[in-house]
Design a protein around this ligand. Sequence first.
Ligand code: SF4
Ligand code: SF4
Length: 647
Amino acid sequence: MVQAKQTVKKIMLASDSPGHVELLLGNEAIARGAIEAGIQVATAYPGTPSTEILEGLSRVAKEAEIYTQWSTNEKVATEVAMSASMSGLRAITSMKAEGLNVALDFVVVINMTETGKGGLVIVVCDDPEAWSSGNEQDSRWEARSHEIPLLEPSSITEAKEMTKWAFELSEELRITVLVRSVTRISHSSAPVTFGEIKHLNRQAYFDPKQYFSPIPVTKNHIRRKQKMDKVRGMFETSPFNWYSGPDSPELTIVCSGTGWLYSLDAIEKLEIENSIGILKLGTTWPLPTEFIRSYLEPDSNILVVEEVDSFLETHLKEYLYTDWSNGALPKIYGKGTGHISSVGELNPNIVIGGITKLMGLDYRPREAEYEEKAAKYTKNTVQYRELAFCPGCPHRASFWTVKNVLRLDDTDSFVNGDIGCYVLDRLSSGTMMMRTHYVMGSGSGLASGFGKLNRFGFDQPVVAVCGDSTFFHAAMPAIVNAIHHSSNATFIVLDNGATAMTGFQPHPGTSTGAMGETVSPIDMEKVCRSFGCPVEVADPFNGEETEQKLSKLIEQEGTKVMIMRRKCGLLAFRQDGPQYRVWVEEEECLGEECGCNRYCNRIFKCPALVWNEMAAKAYIDEAICTGCGFCVDICPRGAINRSSLVT
Ligand code: SF4
Ligand code: SF4
C-alpha cells in the first residue's frame, strides 16, 4: 500500500496536469516548483532537513527530463548547478544550513558575476531548534552579506510558488536567488495545486565570448549593488508580501516564514482579530521598505515574529532609524527586546506570550488542573527511549573495538568524532569514546592538529573517525594535511557503503548515481594508499582481527588510515536477510552478576539485547535482532550463541 502511494506520488510530481491537487511535503513542493519552472539540472549533498528536495527530483528525473546529482559536497553541488546556468539551463541546488557554510566559498562570489542565461536558485533549509544539526544557524545573514535576493516561504503552497518565481527573477536580472526554508516548512505536508510545467528543453551551450570572474572586484561589486536596488524595486510590489487586519491596529506583527502561521494561530486563540494586523513578508532581502512603511505609523507598535535570529527586527530598526527621521518612530519589539524567545523554534505559544505581554492580556491555554494531570500521566506512562545505534549496526562493533584497543592500557584516550550515524557513540552507546564532534570532516582536521602537539608533551593516542561519505566530502583534505605534515594520528573510516544517516543516498564510493544510473565508484582504499601512508582494511564484525590491526597501526609513528568496512546493518538486513539466529542461554547468563551490571545490555547496548525482569537475565528480542551475530563475541561468559542461517 505504501509502495502504491509512493508510485502515484512519483508519477504526479512530474505530471503536467495543472489544477491537480496533491498532498506534498514542503521539500516536495519546492521540487515541484522547480519542475514547473522548467529546470533541467538539480544537485545537492544530503542533509536534514533538505534531503527530500533532490530525492523528489531524482525519483522523477526520467519523466521530467532533468539530470540530478548527489555531489561530493555542497560547494561542488553549487558549482555543478552554476555550470548548467552558464550553459543556459535552469538549475537548482539544495542544502541544509551547515551545508551552505561549505558552499560559501563559491556562494560569496556568485553574484559578483552574472549567472548564466539559465536561472540559478539555491535552496537552504534552516533547522531552528537544531533537531538534526549542530547549531541554529540563520542563513538569511548570508543573503545580506553577499547580496543575494532572499525569499522565505510561509507555507507549503508558497514554497512551490516562490521556487518557481525565483527562476524568473534569476533570469531577468541574471542573479542567483536564495530560497530559505525551515524544518517546519520542509517537513510538513499540505495539499498543493499544480501549475503548468514550462517545457524549456534548452540545449546546453557555453558561449566562449562569456567571461565569469569577480575581477575587477569593485566594478562588479557596484553592479551587484545596482542589481539589488532593482530587486528591491521588484520586491516592493511582490504578491508574496501582504497586510491583513484592521486599518489602525493596536499592534502590528511583522513576520516571515513560519512566523506568519504561528501569528495567525495566536491571534485566533486570543480572539483579537479586530485589534492586530499582520504584515507578512515573503521577500526578506532586500527589504521592501516602502511597502513596509505604507502600513506603519510613527506611533505603531510592532512585534517581529521570525525564525531564528532577529534578522527582520534588526533591519527594520536600521531602516526606520536611518530613513524615517521625522521625530516619532514606531516601537519595535521581538527577539531583541525579549518578547519573543531568541533560541529554539517558534510556536504559537511563544507568539501568544509576546502579544499578551505587550497588550497586557491574560491568557491560559488550558486549566491548571488539566496541565497537572497531563504532566502526571506523561511521567508515568511514556517510556523513555534512548537514541541508539540500530540493531546490527557495524558502528557499534567498530567503537567496541576502538574502545578495547585504546583503553587497554591508556585511560586518557579519546576519539575525534564527526557528523554521521556514528555520533550515536557519544549520544547513546556504552563506549562513549567520541570527545569532539563539530562539523563534517572536523574530527579529522582536529586529529591532524593533535598529532603535531608531541613537541609540547602531548602523548595521548590521536584517533579520528569519519564515515565513508564524509571521507569524500571533507575529511580527505584533513588526512592529506596530516600526511603532508607528518602528523602522528590514526584515521578510521567507518565505511558502511552509504550516506546512511540521511536515507542511503549514494556517494563517490558507491556505484549508483542519484537517478539510479551506474557511476564509477572511487576506491577509497586505493585513494588512501596513493597518499603513501599505511592503510589497513578490516571487517568490524571480525573483532579479533580488527583489534589486532588497529593496535598495530596506533603503535606506528606517523599518519595511518584504517578502513572498517561492513555494510550498514539496515541495508544488509534488507538486502541479504539475517546471517545468524542468535540467542542467550539463560542458564549461562550471569544476570546482575555480569560485569558492569549486565555487560551486553548496559554497555554494548544493542536494542535487541533486552532484559528479562522476571528471570533477571538477558535475552534477545527476535523481532528486532537482525542476526548480525557480533554480540556472541562480547559476552564474557559465552552465554550468547548463534547458528548460521546462510547455507
Ligand atoms: S554479557 Fe552475557 S553474561 Fe552478561 S548479561 Fe549479557 S548475556 Fe548475560
Ligand atoms: S545479533 Fe546481537 S548484536 Fe546483532 S542485532 Fe542481534 S542482538 Fe544485536
